[in-house]
Write a protein that binds this ligand. Sequence first.
Ligand SMILES: [Zn+2]
Length: 327
Amino acid sequence: MNPPYATSLEGHETSEQDYRLKEPYPPRAEFALPPITLEEHVFRHSGWSAHRRRVFAAMIAAGTGRSALHRFANCGCGAIVERSRDGDYRVKANYCRSRWCKPCAAARAAALADAIRFRLLGKTFRFLTLTLRSSATPLSDQVDRLIRSFRELRRQVIWRETVDGSIAVIELTRSNGCWHPHLHVLITGHYVDQKQLAERWHAITGDSYIVWIKKVGNAQETVNYVAAYASKGIDASVEADHDALTEAIAALKGRRLVITTGAFYGVEKEEEPNDQEPEPDHDYEPYWQPVGTLTAIVHRAKHGSVEAREILAKLRFPWKAYGEPFI
Ligand SMILES: [Zn+2]
């Protein structure tokens, strides 16, 4: 793999002159963040700049609140490079944690995948997909119906007798001008008869038949897939279309994208990256010490500082570090 670190941190190699997103309103003074610098932008957002601008436009169109927009626009600002006593480097910054922000969603997906894998240890599991027949009703109503139907399915005898844990994530796709909301569900427990389950699903929804269920061959891939949708909820067919993206952002606003039961209950709450520091030692010296701002270190590197270049080479780009769970 071609390590992009040393060169792509040099601002002149980006064509992102207008990297700063134009916020429609000034931030409230008490929540104002330092504006993101070009160097911080390159570090956190190079690779999805154009998409980031499209997402931001759709967030505005979907009526996203002022402070959420401000955090999104400045995600990665105030970046400080720190060095550990063991000689590792990391970046600390202000992150927006929006599900629409690629590096933030990637971080959450990676942490959620770890938490799911931990709970799956030693268990066989199956992967189930519940769909709804396409309809022209508003997306938000379709998502409500999907969630309601799934709740009803979990009350059925066939479910209660065979499933001991489930984690369900919503995925919205679009084709031929129609939404196709579905739920991907990882289940652990006993064998479930697909035909019976499909019949129950049809009885509940009244019009939808399709249920896929299969034993999972590649656990790693499946878990990453589920975790990625738990963090964003939409696929590429939606991301590329302003109106569809706007509708998806509005329909998913304030909703959890993950439903957990039984053995998986609460796994999504472990999703926050663990940023805890080791216990302080007897010298009362913090484990991590600030080295300087990311922006200043990039500048020093550009002016020939070997030390600064070495530090940058050791820092990993956010979503590279998280293993690119996006599909
Ligand atoms: Zn972010």
